[in-house]
Design a protein around this ligand. Structure first.
Ligand code: SF4
Length: 615
């Protein structure tokens, strides 16, 4: 294929055979699926047999970069990782910011497909097109940062970029993540898939250019669009000076802040603990992703207390929710400590915190017994017990071995009504957005490809939004299915191109001409807006087909019982609850907007329209 935007090559690695080969990326594939996530679902749908064990040798992994990545465009640097998830048993992808994806392209590839299982720990070293599988026995067991440092010294490239797992991935913790430098592709347990393959890391370095079809046009477009729109977008002053750590205070004020394992949605007694700017005094520096003009990830040092001198990036909003208010931990210093631990061990902070909250409620109800805890005092608010339990989860020791399975499997093993306290959808633990107070978000969790994930159906309901005909009524259900249909087309297409979803603060959360302009200036492929909307639709529908093949239909597009049975007990959204009728109404709207039938299954006619009838 032509080289504009794309490197035109996919590296395929067979870890069982210890071999590599290079495939061409076809024009047809680029046109139909654009890249990154689209390429991943195309590959995995065709190559994975339904029903395979996600931690078995048949599972495959795709690491990919979109066609806009590695150019001068800001907000577009995401690394995509996809596989069948050991947490959900479904197709899943996780993304990370940072620098790995651009470096993969400079090394000559749009994607790497990993197959088979190595008989010993290894890492993959890709250096300007050449790929080599290297021994990793000496770094197996090391934490993510240290392992990356050793590898970069070994390959003699201080500026190489790695995706890497920690002990949690090696120990097959079902919500182990993958660290790309200091950024995490955390969700859905893809770190455990890497661990099952005994693949410690993929390290890349390159010197090739990403060619752009119209560089002068792109520069001019940059001035007129992201550079002109950035001031006043919220990404400038808010995100760039405080990052997402500013959001907990906002959501607490909305009364939509997951607290006490979602028994509440405000955490008033936290006081200054998790909110306000006191934490920001510990800022060491601000980071940024490749080519970005925002600097939303901040690096902080704990100033005092038992975790003094802990340095961590963030913690991000979701981490403050999961390891803070969900577990009734009001201390940001302790959140920072646990955030650091999760990154070092390679754990998803959301699933870790929500699993801890689940365990605490099970202890409270007598479902987890003292005998199972071996002296651990795992009750809400006991920070030291949380710290100890995180280590046990990563190493699968004691109660950690059960909790390493995630809330869904752990609840099944515990039985005795534990399932009620397991806040997951399709096995993925909920992020910190309200199901009861923002009904569209609740729908997004119920139907999300990945389960309860805020990157499929986005968190758009906090303010009116004329772009998607939204008047600001958070608790209303009617119309939210159509809105989520529009948004999922944007998120699916954005994931194919390589966007950070914060870019929606500049270009909105529905596909628009700006997205098409960017794609065409870089690739020269002459996409139309309708065609790009069709890509979003095609990719989202193929993801759904994968899930349907694994047994998903309307009966599985559900939510945790707590959200149907317990209303929000206080705060601005006091009394809000999700009803089954509301969810059914939104499901009907959502399925119809995608051309699926009432069971949530794409119709043969729709598949034909989308060019998916041969799949
Ligand atoms: S907006 Fe923030 S997270 Fe997104 S690419 Fe820029 S620096 Fe990274």
């Amino acid at each position: 294929m032509g080289k504009k935007g794309y490197m035109g090559k996919i590296l395929r690695v067979d870890l069982t055979a210890g071999s590599t080969e290079v495939e061409e990326l076809s024009d047809e594939l680029a046109r139909k699926f654009v890249g990154a996530n689209g390429l991943a679902i195309h590959t995995l749908y065709r190559e994975l047999r339904p029903g395979i064990d996600p931690l078995g040798k048949e599972n495959k992994m795709v690491f990919a970069a979109g066609p806009l990545v590695g150019t001068i465009l800001p907000f577009i640097s995401r690394t995509y990782v996809a596989a069948k998830s050991p947490l959900t048993g479904l197709f899943a992808d996780a993304t990370a910011g940072g620098f790995w994806a651009p470096e993969l392209k400079y090394a000559g590839y749009d994607a790497v497909v990993i197959e088979g299982v190595s008989d010993r720990p290894v890492y993959l070293w890709i250096n300007d097109g050449k790929a080599e599988i290297r021994e990793a026995g000496h770094i197996w067991g090391k934490k993510t940062g240290e392992a990356q440092e050793v590898i970069h010294r070994e390959v003699g490239q201080r500026r190489a970029q790695s995706v890497c797992i920690g002990p949690a991935g090696e120990n097959l913790v079902r919500y182990a993540g993958i660290l790309a430098g200091v950024h995490a592709a955390a969700r859905c347990g893809l770190g455990a898939v890497m661990g099952s393959k005994r693949l410690k890391a993929i390290t890349v370095k390159g010197s090739q250019d990403v060619e752009v079809a119209d560089m002068e046009g792109l520069k001019e477009w940059l001035e007129r669009n992201p550079y002109a729109r950035f001031p006043g977008s919220g990404l400038d002053k808010g995100y760039s000076s405080r990052g997402t750590v500013m959001l907990p205070e906002l959501f607490q004020n909305f009364g939509l802040w997951g607290t006490d394992n979602w028994r509440r949605e405000t955490y008033d007694e936290s006081g200054e603990g998790l909110f306000h700017s006191t934490w920001l005094k510990g800022e060491v520096k601000r980071n940024s992703c490749f080519a970005c003009i925002a600097t939303c990830p901040g690096v902080y040092r704990v100033p005092d207390g038992p975790y003094k001198a802990t340095v961590t990036e963030g913690p991000e909003y979701e981490t403050v929710y999961a390891l803070g208010s969900m577990c009734l931990n009001p201390d940001m210093r302790a959140v920072a400590k646990m955030d650091r631990m999760c990154d070092d061990y390679g754990l998803d902070t959301i699933s870790t915190g929500v699993t801890l909250a689940f365990a605490m409620e099970c202890v409270e109800k007598g479902i987890i017994t003292r005998d199972q805890l071996h002296g651990l005092d795992l009750r809400f608010g006991n920070v030291e017990a949380m710290v100890q339990t995180i280590e046990k989860i990563a190493l699968r020791e004691g109660i950690g071995d059960l909790l390493a399975e995630g809330t869904r499997i752990a609840a099944r093993k515990l039985d005795r009504g534990a399932e009620y306290f397991a806040i997951n959808t399709k096995g993925l633990e909920h992020p910190g957005h309200s199901t009861r107070g923002t009904k569209g978000m609740g729908l997004g969790f119920a139907v999300g490809t990945r389960g309860a994930h805020h990157h499929d159906g986005r968190d758009f309901e906090y303010a009116p939004n004329p772009l998607i005909d939204y008047d600001g009524d958070r608790e209303r259900a009617r119309g939210k299915g159509v809105m989520q249909g529009i948004i999922t087309r944007w998120t699916a297409a954005a994931d194919c191109m390589g966007f950070c979803h914060f870019a929606e603060k500049l270009y909105g959360n529905r596909l628009q001409q700006e997205h098409v302009d960017m794609l065409n200036l870089v690739t020269g492929l002459g996409f139309t807006l309708d065609e790009l909307i069709g890509v979003g639709e095609r990719v989202y529908t193929l993801e759904r087909l994968f899930q349907v093949r694994e047994g998903i239909d309307r009966s599985k597009d559900r939510l945790p019982e707590r959200f149907f049975r317990e209303a929000i007990p206080g705060g601005p959204h006091k009394g809000a609850i999700m009803t089954r009728e509301e969810l059914d109404l939104m499901l009907d709207e959502f399925y119809e907007s995608h051309g699926w039938d009432r069971r949530g299954i794409p119709t043969p006619e729709r598949l034909k329209e989308l060019g998916l009838d041969g799949y």
